[in-house]
Design a protein. Structure first.
Length: 627
């Protein structure tokens, strides 16, 4: 009884979780969560691995076959669509009729034009190798990307009987006919393999047959869709070895890795095996011609592609797939023992440093919370805690840099804004600086009235009002009505100056007259049109200014003239200098307007220039609508 009590007390002592240190707790937890799950999972997975891999081969094969089928159907539908377009192309039909029934000159001329047309269609898709037209008289014309010679290596290599059979088959069908893959002699003496799609050509108006069109493709595009090329290193690393074969409904090979088997027949196969021994031997010869399939246990499955009359046979190396199971069986317990030993060592080392590292990090965080962003966490370890400490230090450094950058940027923005406004004001004042003239003009106005020269008085009065308007605060906002009234007076003076060589066409939406706009936004644009746009003209010039509401919340201002216009190269240079901020005396007026609307209205404002030499210039402003 005493022994039992002592044993119970000892167990309770060791099971008292609260008395263990962090190091002991971590060590216990890591051992428990690593040993038990690993042992149970490895035993369980070992028992089920073969089942899952069997399922894997089925799913993999089905997905691969479905992917191949979808891609081939999509490509074939696209190629058939191109054939229909060629057959319905009126220009091609006319050329093909001349090729059939024209005189010798028309036939010769139509050949090059047909080739050009076929070339345009063939380059719409890289996979299209050649296009051939065979007329009702048996003559043919073609375009071949790989052969620009005289001889048609695609059509002419068929025997006369095959030509007649193919021609009749295509001509008697209302839909495209897919022809089997053929071997053609290559221009350099090698062989190349192509498959073809044929469609009859009919005159839309007379319904008479003109001939047939055959579109040819390299067999390699089918092979690329069906097979992922794997070198030896890929095979050993990925543990996956598979390939696909395309055959037609007669069992003829359409596409395969070993080209010498293309055109041979494989018959009577099912999704898992070949029933006929002779055909089984034929299929084995096909598959085992690939080095990676020699002396392997293979699984064969297939999927039909009804739209083209083909079937895809997929071959998978079963030995290769189950290699993982064998390897897992041999290495499972070895890896399990090594992992447990390494994990125990790592936990012991880690637990020794963990508490100290956590304490240092928490201390640094408390200092940062108080506002001390200059605190640094220094750890002697190189584990995740050290990474957290380094990231924390970097974060504090970034915060300090951002604080300095924000202060510097704020000062820079204020300074830049002041300088730009100052430069803007100086530029505008330099254009219109009437203050020193105003009092003198007032005296002259009264002298004109005294001498009853009222026309001169009105002119001087308008000029004085323009000067008075210009003297005020350049940044002041005025109504569009005030700006338009000033504009009328300004243009009136310019018309007198230039002997009425131009007229003003003013179109202002009454709904925006009460809206507010910054003073003298339009003056540089109006002056540019008059001074530069109408230079050298003495009549029939029109200056059109329109101000209208735009998209409810904006005002659209358009200044358009029918003057000299601007060369395209000069216009691009003006726009570039304007947006880059480069000062240019000749175009300072435009630049001032651009800078001012960006300052006043921000990036939401729009400014554009359109011009053509001898046709005039159009400047468009879009700014916010403010009442």
């Amino acid at each position: 009884m005493k022994f039992f009590n002592n044993a119970t007390n000892t167990i309770r002592y060791f099971l008292n979780w609260k008395r263990y240190s962090i190091k002991a707790k971590l060590l216990s937890i890591f051992i428990i969560i690593s040993i038990i799950p690993m042992v149970l999972s490895q035993v369980f997975l070992y028992k089920l691995s073969q089942h899952y891999l069997e399922k894997k081969i089925t799913n993999l094969t089905d997905r691969n076959l479905f992917y191949i089928k979808t891609n081939i159907e999509t490509d074939m539908n696209y190629y058939k669509d191109i054939l229909y377009r060629i057959a319905a192309d009126n220009d091609c039909l006319e050329l093909e009729k001349k090729f059939n029934d024209g005189n010798e000159f028309e036939k010769a001329a139509s050949i090059n034009k047909i080739r050009d047309a076929f070339g345009s269609y063939s380059y719409s898709r890289n996979q299209i190798r050649a296009i051939t037209f065979v007329g009702n008289n048996g003559r043919n014309v073609y375009y071949d990307k790989g052969n620009q010679g005289i001889n048609n290596r695609i059509w002419e290599e068929y025997s006369n009987s095959d030509k007649s059979k193919i021609y009749s088959e295509i001509l008697n069908s209302n839909t495209p006919i897919i022809l089997p893959t053929t071997c053609n002699s290559f221009i350099h003496g090698k062989s190349e393999y192509m498959f073809h799609i044929g469609l009859k050509v009919r005159d839309i108006r007379t319904k008479s047959e003109i001939g047939i069109i055959i579109m040819s493709f390299d067999e390699q595009i089918l092979f690329d869709v069906c097979n992922v090329e794997m070198n030896k290193e890929d095979f050993e690393e990925d543990k996956l070895n598979m390939c696909s074969v395309i055959v037609d409904n007669d069992g003829r090979v359409i596409s395969f890795q070993d080209k010498k088997y293309i055109g041979t027949y494989v018959k009577d196969y099912s999704s898992s095996e070949i029933n006929d021994m002779d055909n089984m031997e034929t299929l084995n010869q096909l598959i085992y011609s690939i080095p990676s399939f020699k002396n392997r246990n293979i699984s064969v499955s297939s999927i039909p592609i009804d739209s083209v009359g083909w079937k895809v046979i997929n071959v998978v190396d079963k030995d290769n797939l189950f290699y993982e199971v064998k390897l897992l069986r041999n290495l499972t317990f070895v890896f399990l023992g090594l992992i447990l030993i390494i994990l125990t060592i790592v936990v012991i080392i880690f637990s020794n440093k963990l508490y100290e590292s956590v304490k240092i990090i928490v201390s640094g965080m408390k200092e940062a919370k108080k506002g001390n962003f200059n605190v640094k966490i220094k750890l002697s370890t190189e584990d995740e805690m050290s990474f957290i400490g380094d990231e924390f230090n970097e974060m504090l450094s970034t915060i300090n840099i951002l604080i300095r950058d924000i202060k510097d940027q704020s000062n820079f923005i204020v300074e830049l804004s002041n300088k730009r406004r100052e430069a803007e004001i100086k530029a505008i004042v330099a254009q219109i600086n009437p203050h020193f003239l105003y009092n003198t003009l007032d005296c002259i106005n009264w002298m004109a009235i005294k001498n009853e020269n009222y026309e001169v008085s009105d002119t001087i009065g308008n000029f004085a009002q323009i000067l008075r308007y210009s003297i005020g605060d350049i940044n002041k906002e005025v109504t569009i009505y005030d700006e338009v009234e000033w504009l009328k007076k300004y243009v009136c003076l310019q018309q007198l100056r230039f002997n009425n060589s131009f007229v003003l066409d003013l179109d202002v939406d009454e709904n925006v007259l009460g809206a507010r706009i910054h003073k003298l936004i339009l003056q540089p644009l109006i002056e540019n049109s008059i001074i530069h746009g109408f230079k050298g003209y003495d009549s029939e010039r029109i200056l059109k200014v329109s101000i209208n509401r735009f998209e409810n919340n904006y005002v659209k201002i358009v200044v358009k003239d029918n003057g000299l216009g601007i060369e395209d190269r000069d216009l691009q240079e003006i726009i570039s200098n304007m947006k880059s901020g480069k000062d240019e005396d000749e175009n300072i007026g435009i630049k001032n307007v651009y800078d001012r609307i960006k300052i006043y209205y921000g990036e939401d404002a729009k400014f554009s220039i359109e011009s053509a030499k001898g046709q005039g210039t159009t400047i468009t402003l879009i700014i916010s609508l403010i009442f």
